[in-house]
Design a protein around this ligand. Structure first.
Ligand SMILES: [Zn+2]
Length: 282
């Protein structure tokens, strides 16, 4: 079973949890360039390719980073322009944000962008028509629907495996690839395969759960460049966000190495090739 390996290329201050105003971003220390380079070197060393969802704000500031990701043979996708929650945007605002991010990436990378991930999995239940829009605009795989609810985003009860959505009776060809979770009950799921959850659970739990998932379906791992850097600037915020943001940052690289050693990974484009005839209504 081949799992998808994905990276959200954004700076530590872009995260929605910290909620730092865009006007303040340039006063803060950026770490996205060196930390993404660290990931690229790690992937080269371990001989693995991934999908990098790049934030428009990062691409605009560091176009050579986009070129470096492409040159090293990875797949690229859009992570939106300014890390704004899609659920908080009007459809028109979303379209503008999406188009701007695609235009920047396509200009720098000189290739069509076919992958999209909304910031913080924020395509909400009342914004599902966006999936049809993404398909019409060349996206073949979207990774924006979280199959459980958190205060920020998520939709309870949607499929946990990759699927082709049926939106108001219309079958889409676009594949939706949700973040991997173990669903124990309709209203109780255990996310374990990305971001904070990779730092929360011991390696034995992560590997055991992914093995169970891999008996029937591919999983998807996601990380952020700042998660491999325990020296990122600390920002004063609520205790919960502090934990989500800073808990065991020193462990991310080790967990990532373990994952790549023990499981098979590829970019999303390669993983979804085996995912056919998967229509499901949501
Ligand atoms: Zn993000």
């Amino acid at each position: 079973m081949i799992n998808a390996l994905t990276v959200d290329v954004e700076d530590w201050y872009h995260t929605n949890g910290l909620n730092i105003a865009k006007k303040d971003w340039r006063d803060l220390q950026s770490t996205v360039y060196p930390n993404t380079m660290k990931i690229l070197d790690l992937f080269d060393e371990l001989g693995v390719k991934a999908t990098f969802f790049i934030l428009g704000d990062v691409a605009k500031r560091f176009p050579r980073l986009v070129r470096e990701i492409v040159t090293r043979g990875h797949e690229i996708g859009s992570h939106g322009m300014n890390h704004q929650l899609v659920s908080g945007q009007s459809i028109e605002e979303f379209k503008k944000d999406f188009k701007q991010s695609i235009a920047i990436l396509e200009k720098i990378a000189k290739q069509k962008i076919k992958f999209y991930r909304a910031p913080s999995w924020s395509i909400s239940e009342d914004r599902l028509e966006i999936l049809s829009y993404l398909e019409k605009n060349g996206i073949i795989c979207d990774s924006s629907l979280q199959p459980f609810k958190t205060p920020l985003s998520g939709i309870n009860g949607i499929p946990t495996r990759p699927f082709k959505p049926i939106i108001t009776g219309q079958k889409l060809d676009l594949v939706e690839f949700p973040p991997t979770i173990m669903r124990l009950h309709k209203h109780f799921s255990v996310p374990f395969a990305g971001g904070f959850y990779l730092r929360l659970f011991p390696w034995k739990v992560i590997s055991k759960l992914l093995r169970i998932i891999n008996k029937t379906r591919p999983g998807m791992v996601y990380i952020h460049p700042w998660e491999l850097d325990s020296s990122i600037p600390r920002f004063k915020t609520s205790w919960l966000i502090q934990i989500i943001q800073y808990h065991r940052l020193h462990s991310t690289e080790r967990t990532l190495r373990n994952l790549i050693h023990e499981f098979e990974f590829a970019p999303l484009g390669q993983v979804i090739k085996n995912q056919q005839n998967l229509h499901e209504a949501i």
